[in-house]
Write a protein that binds this ligand. Structure first.
Ligand code: EPU
Length: 323
């Protein structure tokens, strides 16, 4: 376990926005977390961070960041758990290489298994939560490790019980299960077009997903961002306009692409300070030269929310977690 005081957070997040944390603890196992609980010199609150790919620190953090030691060399063995610190895309790649169907649609999502489970990361018609068999979670209020199942986790769109009870539980490891007779999921977006004439093996689907992602989303190594900045809103039928794309939900509401609303308000490529709306996918606010401050991002965020509210009477909610 490593403890640093007033550590810089920019390199720990894919957004790359400068902010400091009063303390940074790099931990590897439940024993380390028990030490953190007992150490009164570490300021509260405690904030768990995995790959830092869905986070915006809006200022210096007065508490302690608990950074999961990422294991770049971790191997996925079917039927055995993987650690919460495993890189999600390593898991997707190894599963696809082994011919396992399920996680290939999640290929290319930055971050770790633990972070992905907390926010139920999803893409191209799949969400990580649907594949969870059991996870071991550390309870920061008791210091105990509990084994929990998918139902306990209460997964929904970009949400889980761990997110609802923010700050209480940390994923130690997770065991996934993949039905053997699962069919490929190609309905979303351009996937079936990408795969025309190709047998949709898990590896072929993975490659198609990576091609589609790379054509729209900024490359995390080259351009700072936290992926989709806003959630796709659920909209009452009376607010739908004729040309608005929509996906009808069983609740009677319609899910509308936030990217479309933002696009219509003319924000593609708009800059405030060092922050910019990604021209190819306006749902992403990015940090193209790694010069943006949190206030540049928040200025752009608020302008987008106001413009969409004014034009469509729809309230956008951030998908990126603000700390
Ligand atoms: N659109 C526009 N203009 C654009 C781009 C998109 O109008 O310039 C509209 C189009 O109608 C398009 C629609 O937005 O059909 C949807 O776009 P896309 O397929 O790129 O997906 P999304 O709904 O914008 C969601 C997730 C992404 C995920 C993709 C693919 C959320 C908040 N975002 O985006 O997740 O990769 O679907 O499954 O649900 C993330 O969470 O960080 C993330 C990147």
């Amino acid at each position: 376990m490593k403890i640093e005081r007033w550590a810089e957070l920019a390199p720990l997040t894919t957004f790359g926005i400068p902010a400091r944390t009063a303390a940074l603890v790099t931990w590897a196992d439940a024993e380390d977390l028990r030490h953190v609980m007992a150490d009164e010199s570490l300021p509260r609150p405690l904030k768990a961070v995995g790959g830092g790919s869905n986070l915006l620190f809006t200022g210096d953090f007065e508490g302690t960041v608990l950074l999961r030691e990422v294991r770049p060399d971790e191997r996925f063995v079917p039927g055995l758990p993987v650690s919460g610190g495993m890189v999600l895309d390593d898991f997707c790649r190894q599963a696809a290489d082994a011919g396992i169907r399920g996680p290939e649609n999640l290929s290319g999502i930055p971050g770790t298994i633990g972070g992905a489970l907390v926010q139920n990361a999803g893409a191209y018609g799949a969400e990580i939560g649907e594949f969870l068999a059991v996870a071991r979670v550390f309870d920061l209020t008791s210091g105990e490790v509990m084994t929990v199942n998918r139902e306990w986790m209460q997964f929904s769109y970009r949400h889980s019980r761990l997110k609802a009870e923010e700050g209480r539980y940390i994923i130690i490891d997770a065991l996934f299960e993949f039905p053997e007779d699962a069919a490929p999921r190609l309905d979303y977006g351009n996937l079936s077009r990408e795969l025309q004439g190709v047998e949709p093996t898990p590896l072929a689907v993975r490659q198609a997903v990576l091609r589609v992602r790379n054509s729209k989303l900024p490359q995390p190594a080259e351009v700072g961002s936290a992926g989709s900045f806003f959630r796709n809103p659920e909209v009452a039928p009376e607010l739908l306009e004729p040309d608005m794309p929509r996906f009808l939900l069983p609740s009677g509401l319609a899910k509308v692409p936030a990217a479309w609303l933002i696009d219509r308000c003319g924000f593609k490529g708009v800059r405030r300070g060092g922050a910019m709306v990604w021209p190819l996918q306006p749902l992403v606010i990015c940090n193209p030269e790694f010069k943006a401050t949190a206030s540049d991002v928040v200025t752009l965020e608020n302008e987008i929310i106001s413009a969409v509210k004014e034009r469509f009477n729809i309230t956008l909610l951030a998908e990126v977690e603000h700390v």
